[in-house]
Design a protein around this ligand. Structure first.
Ligand SMILES: [Zn+2]
Length: 325
């Protein structure tokens, strides 16, 4: 088959949480004997999540690993929902919700931290901190994002949304079933459109009040039922900045496990240029020249303005736009 030349490089792989090497084995999830055999295999490994926080084990100093043998995982406490994440050529990977009854919460430096008493060899560290600090390798960050999104869904969906009875885990963690009414429930992924409106040599960036000082980023919003990606992009830019856009071009996507979004990154061609900021959404929005965005990406903007972090797809949308010829 003749292959189609790529219009754009695959930028999804460059985003935080975007690298995940696992074969998800989706066709084998309903085969309990197959899944049990992987559970018993000594080379299999397990990621652990407490509530929505990954458990890391200290290798040495500030070197960490997020994977446990199944024996070591069970030694940390009761494993509640267990899910098969997938397999590489070497081994299978599972994830489990660790029972949180042993966990204590502590306040220090204004932050709330979780701890497992008596286990100084493990730490409960939120996924943003793990990713920002590069505490584990990129493929492991993708795997942790997969584990966190899936297990947090189990944690928050223990009852059938049709009849209210307790539901049960099935399909190696990829489905819940209701024994009372037989309804099937599947893990959710919430699509979010994130985009730059482009007017020739300018692109539209905005800032929310919660952003770090000087940071400008792409506009974003949830895609709604019955809406296309293109329609959501047009609606969000119009609602937040009062700008109308026409053609929409898909660039890249990013799993965003907070708790379970998929960011769909686009560029959109502006039809109008007058900005009317919606103050409930944005503190400011304006057009940025290509030179200004390049200066932001190279950390030499004369006004100290900054792009979003390279972990976020918004950063890669800005790069995609400045690299367009
Ligand atoms: Zn039910």
């Amino acid at each position: 088959m003749k292959s189609c030349p790529p219009l754009f490089p695959d930028r999804s792989q460059a985003t935080g949480y975007g690298v995940n090497p696992l074969d998800r084995l989706s066709e084998r999830r309903d085969d309990p004997a197959f899944v049990d055999a992987l559970m018993r295999a000594p080379e299999s490994r397990m990621a652990l999540i407490v509530r929505d926080t990954p458990v890391l084990r200290r290798l040495s100093g500030e070197r960490w690993d997020c994977l446990f043998t199944l024996e070591a995982a069970r030694a940390l406490g009761d494993l509640r929902e267990v899910a098969l994440l997938g397999r590489t050529d070497e081994r299978a990977f599972f994830a489990a919700l660790l029972d949180d009854s042993q966990v204590v919460a502590e306040e220090s430096d204004g932050a709330r931290r979780l701890r497992l008493p008596g286990r100084e060899d493990v730490a409960l560290i939120d996924l943003r901190t793990i990713a920002m600090g590069g505490l584990v390798e990129a493929p492991a960050i993708g795997l942790l994002g997969q584990a966190k999104s899936l297990l947090y869904w189990h944690l928050r969906h223990r009852f059938c949304s049709v009849c209210g009875q307790p539901s049960e885990l099935a399909a190696a963690g990829w489905r819940r079933e209701c024994p009372a009414c037989q309804a099937l429930h599947f893990p959710r992924t919430d699509p979010v459109v994130i985009m730059l409106a482009v007017d020739g040599e300018r692109c539209l960036l905005g800032r929310q009040p919660r952003f770090n000082k000087g940071m400008y980023s792409a506009l974003a919003g949830f895609l709604e039922p019955g809406e296309t990606i293109e329609a959501a992009v047009r609606r969000e830019i119009r609602e937040e900045a009062g700008v109308s856009v026409g053609r929409v071009h898909y660039i890249a996507s990013q799993p965003w496990p907070f708790p379970s979004s998929l960011m769909i990154g686009c560029l959109a061609e502006a039809l109008t240029t007058t900005i009317v900021v919606e103050p409930s959404e944005l503190e400011d929005a304006r057009w940025f020249s290509r030179e200004e965005v390049v200066a932001m990406l190279e950390a030499r903007h004369p006004g100290g303005l900054k792009p979003s972090n390279p972990l976020a797809i918004a950063h890669h949308l800005m790069r995609a736009w400045v690299e367009l010829t």
